[in-house]
Design a protein around this ligand. Structure first.
Ligand code: NDP
Length: 474
């Protein structure tokens, strides 16, 4: 049992204002594995005060110095990489091998990438004006559970590099990696108040941060529901609010595509992290003429996605994060059946041989029509909907017929044609024929998938204020 009984505020581990605690449950064993403080509004306020007090010196520190701190943080985390991967598997349920690469190596690469990104601070000249980039101020980072450390560093690393100070509120379901990050912050001796950690619920700590007049910006990743709430609260003090929200992303397979490759990549993308991925391709759009082949191939290929204990097995999928999430996904599967979609494989029953743990079988529905609930709402579980279309026009229309717009994929033998279709899709990131991973390309949503961008230069720019200093004409 891991007991974390303090919050990290103003460079110190301090006792929370209240007595309440939050329990962390391992979703594979259903056992309580840890306890963390349930912070409250006074804790949030203390953290904001510390961040505000530290801001001026941190913002004024030479850029190279802030970058050097990021390198120290990355090195400190690297030294504890295996512990981190194990912790994240225990709190989230992702298979350990994947936790090592996606939940640990990738966040470290991101911190190191930002530590080298010094050329984005250049002044710009517009006639007689010089345009300078300055940090926005105190940033509250509110993060979800599905890629916990990754979502944290996508905010904290660029914010710190930009010269902002930070208060982090991680998801109450997966706070342990955030505590390890705070351990490393303390170990390397980052100046007091620059980074603060307040664990607790969204309603209590998240809302207190969103309301707080001394918070200049909220960087939020999570559901559209909570994003809307944070925006409403932040509006009272005209905060900058950067939102990374949900998705219902389409993989659009054109009639000349390599069908096998497209299906394989879509299943990988849809089922990874048991479908708990904001940019998961959960709608597979195929031409009517290829529908039967698609169904046969997808059903066959789905057999490779084994569900098992995330530790000590060759599982591709572990459990979902919580009993609540498992039930939510089962309800969507039931809804799909009730609304007339064809259950091709998987289903809502507990996978064979797994008596406990919040598992859901990888599930594929065929015959899905665009108005069905499973084609419209974000399920956040391993559930794929196959939808057929008549022609390219209809395909683009169906792909865009969603409240979301986070990501999309296009598959075609003709790259030019695929790019032309990619430009017609209302989504922040479109992968053509599988698209290579790119940790410095902008990532973020159109429509109700949000309004911010993360990763690379665009992720850094979210944390800048832009100032024009005007000189007399010469
Ligand atoms: P939630 O929106 O429930 O939670 C996200 C964070 O917001 C948590 O820290 C949560 O706290 C907090 N929160 C909840 N309610 C409030 C509130 N009223 N005020 C302030 N903060 C609040 O989302 P989930 O954790 O369930 O994450 C899943 C969702 O996140 C999915 O919809 C997914 O698509 C989206 N997501 C988007 C990503 C993107 O980059 N676009 C990436 C990852 C996920 P608490 O600890 O209480 O839960």
């Amino acid at each position: 049992m891991i007991i974390r009984d303090r919050l990290y505020i103003d460079g110190q581990w301090v006792t929370a204002a209240g007595q309440k605690t939050l329990q962390v449950v391992n979703p594979a064993t259903e056992e309580v594995i840890a306890e963390v403080p349930a912070g409250s509004a006074p804790d949030a306020a203390a953290a904001v005060r510390a961040a505000r007090a530290a801001f001026a010196d941190w913002a004024a520190a030479p850029l190279e110095e802030r970058a050097a701190w990021l390198k120290k943080l990355a090195a400190g985390l690297q030294a504890r990489a295996e512990e981190l991967a194990t912790l994240i598997t225990a709190e989230l349920g992702m298979p350990l091998d994947l936790s090592r690469s996606i939940q640990t190596d990738m966040p470290l690469d991101i911190i190191e990438g930002y530590a080298d990104m010094l050329d984005c601070f250049q002044d710009e000249h517009i006639d007689s004006a010089v345009v300078v980039r300055e940090p926005v101020g105190v940033v509250a980072c509110i993060t979800p559970w599905n890629y916990p450390l990754l979502q944290i560093v996508l905010k904290v690393a660029p914010a710190l590099l930009a010269g902002c100070t930070v208060v982090l509120k991680p998801s109450e379901l997966t706070p342990l990696d955030a505590f390890l990050l705070a351990d490393v912050v303390a170990e390397v001796g980052l100046p007091a108040g620059v980074f603060n950690l307040v664990s607790g619920s969204g309603e209590e700590v998240g809302e207190a941060l969103a309301r707080h007049p001394e918070v200049d910006m909220i960087s939020f990743t999570g559901s559209t529901r909570a994003g809307r709430r944070v925006s409403e609260l932040g509006a009272a003090t005209i905060k900058r609010v950067a939102l990374e929200l949900g998705g219902k992303s389409p993989a659009l397979v054109l009639d000349d595509a390599d069908l096998s490759a497209a299906i394989e990549a879509t299943l990988d993308n849809c089922f990874i992290n048991s479908g708990q991925t904001c940019d998961a391709m959960t709608r597979l759009l195929v031409p009517e003429a290829l529908y039967e082949r698609t169904v046969a191939m997808a059903t066959e290929k789905a057999k490779a996605y084994t569900v098992a204990d995330p530790v000590g097995s060759k599982a591709k999928l572990g459990p979902l994060v919580s009993a609540r999430q498992q039930q939510r996904v089962r309800d969507y599967i039931q809804k799909g059946i009730e609304e007339g979609a064809e259950l091709l494989c998987g289903g809502g029953e507990q996978p064979a041989g797994l008596k406990r743990g919040y598992y859901v079988q990888p599930t594929i529905f065929g015959g899905v029509t665009p108005e069905m609930t499973i084609a419209r709402e974000e399920i956040f579980g391993p559930v794929l909907s196959i939808i057929s279309y008549k022609d390219e026009e209809e395909a683009v229309r169906i792909a865009n017929d969603t409240d979301y717009g986070l990501a999309a994929a296009v598959w075609s033998a003709d790259e030019q044609r695929a790019h032309a279709v990619a430009r017609r899709l209302r989504a922040g990131q479109v992968a053509v024929n599988g698209g290579a991973d790119n940790l410095i390309a902008p990532f973020g949503g159109y429509k109700q998938s949000g309004n911010g961008r993360e990763m690379g230069r665009y992720g850094l720019e979210e944390f800048f204020e832009i100032k024009a200093i005007l000189s007399p004409q010469k």
